[in-house]
Unconditional design. Sequence first.
Length: 381
Amino acid sequence: MPAPKNHFKWPEKLHVICWKDNLNWKDSEDVAHSWGDLLAADTGLKLHTAGEFDSVDRYRWLGHLKLFDLTVAAAVETRRMLGAEGRFCVRDGGPFAVRIAWVHSRGNSGFIVRGDSHLRTPYDIKPGTRINRLVFFGSQKVVDGLLAWAGVSHDDIIWVDVGSWEENSQAVVEGRSDIAFAYPNTPSVYQAEENPKGLGWLELNAAADPEGARRFRKIDPVFTFAPMHTGVPSAIGHWGVTGINFEQTRADVDPGLVYHLAKWFNENHPRFKDRHPVNRFRTLGTLMEGLRYTFLPCHDGLVSYLKDLGFWSKAHELRQRQNREIVDGYAAAYLECMRMADDSKIWVARESEEWVKFWNDYKKSHLTEIKPFDDLPVATG
């Protein structure tokens, strides 16, 4: 690998595609500018940001069209992209050689109920409970995990179809449904919190009920559980599903850019950590914690920087090879599978049941499941 730290010149522009809700406030462009404006002042580059709530488009623009250099996504979104699940199952929406550039935040999510609801734990869910079906999200694994914890059959639930994050929260507020999976720091949840009855959260206390949590993670292994720490006041301190979110890029992005971005983030954290609440997690310590479990490989530029710091161990190198095989294997397999489908005159589109089945059968036969590791194989010293 060439040394990306030598003879580096910052680009004229850094392009960041941010996640945002389908409302016009509290979106993550504010996060990007909280550090990006300082970076621009230091280096002379121009920060270009855009916002999009559709994860399929954000990943398409980053990985396939190469219009942006960075984006952020939770592990569940990344897994769905790599597995071409749901709406990702299109010709230019599936897996690509995604890489970690730095750490973005420590995320949390959970299941909202209206404030006057009697539902407070998974075991309060009974046959006839109304739960939102996220038809726009394309994956129900997190909800199926909740039902596994509760010990309730999918067929015993009354499903309420919702078409957006805003409708997802409002269905609970309006009393059309009892439970919805939600992110507590999104605009739609802040808006829902303002209703006269407020919001409540199902308590996913894995410490008190490890067997229930085990059943959940058998269905959806991406998540871990801890008290929520960001978002609407009603969420703080209640147990939800948590994880570390990474700034993501492509393998073919300039190693020098990623090296110097990582160096700048690490050395300038005291300057921007108070400019947005999520920035307190954008640290080397949070990054190294996340690398213990993630299925995502680091970008070569980040690896080079961590080696210079003395934070890259033999264990990290072993895991890096594993993760590259997983991610790049999915990207290569998806391309090959589409070409096989073309040869068989199968329409490659998310609307094509024949194609979706063809791809899913191929995954089961040729690829391993994407899920976090339990830990690094040896000490990370």
